[in-house]
Ligand binder design. Structure first.
Ligand code: PRP
Ligand code: ZN
Length: 201
């Protein structure tokens, strides 16, 4: 059992810089050493595990990391049953973005019913599926790994469900958002097993 607290953070991407800034603002001195996977904290028994955001819920659920900073979007999308469920501790107030459904500008949206029978491309099949089921709508979900914004132009899908922050990506692709599926921001999560008192001090 490791005597150092482990915090999983995103190595690069949307939340990476802000996560480090938050920990530094909390007084932790981060040693950016040669090991890219692990940064040590100089003034506390803490290690930062720098991993892909999609892997953070698994690391924390399995207790490999005690805490994690991850987007709610990633947490909500994770596959059930792969590992124990991490516990959500608090919202962190940064990394705000929305998971939205969008289609070509001019699409006549009259509520979730308008999605019936459409092909919707997304990297968030679970969250989208839940939204459709909650609204009693059946649609074809096309799961992609990225670049979903090109799907309508390629006639691969009629609509997309993707993260929107500034809206620049949608605009650049002639798409407009018309439904919010999830409001996301960075959240602090912890392992389901209580953190040892020695480490929590
Ligand atoms: C998201 C999304 C868009 C972009 C939207 O990708 O897939 O490409 O951000 O942001 P905007 O509204 O400010 O243009 P992200 O950067 O999270 O990368 P990933 O989903 O491929 O990890
Ligand atoms: Zn990712």
């Amino acid at each position: 059992m490791s005597a150092r607290l482990r915090i999983a953070i995103q190595k690069s991407g949307r939340l990476a810089d802000k996560s480090l800034e938050l920990l530094e603002a909390a007084g932790l001195r981060v040693l950016k050493g040669a090991n890219e996977l692990l940064y040590r904290i100089e003034n506390a028994p803490i290690d930062l595990l720098r991993v892909r955001d999609d892997d953070i819920p698994t690391f924390v659920g399995d207790g490999v990391a005690d805490l994690g900073i991850v987007g709610l979007n990633v947490l909500e999308e994770r596959e059930d049953g792969r590992s124990a469920e991490p516990v959500q501790v608090m919202n962190l107030g940064f990394g705000k973005c929305d998971l939205k459904i969008a289609a070509a500008i001019g699409f006549d949206y009259k509520g979730p019913r308008s999605l019936q029978g459409l092909r919707i491309a997304t990297t968030y099949p679970h969250v989208l599926n839940r939204f459709l089921a909650e609204n009693g709508v059946t649609a074809d979900i096309i799961t992609m790994r990225g670049a979903v914004e090109v799907a309508p132009r390629l006639k691969l899908a009629n609509a997309i469900c993707d993260l929107v922050s500034t809206g620049a990506t949608l605009e650049a692709n002639g798409l407009a958002p018309f439904e919010t599926v999830l409001r996301s921001e960075a959240v602090l999560i912890r392992a389901p097993k209580q953190i040892e008192p020695e480490l929590a001090k």
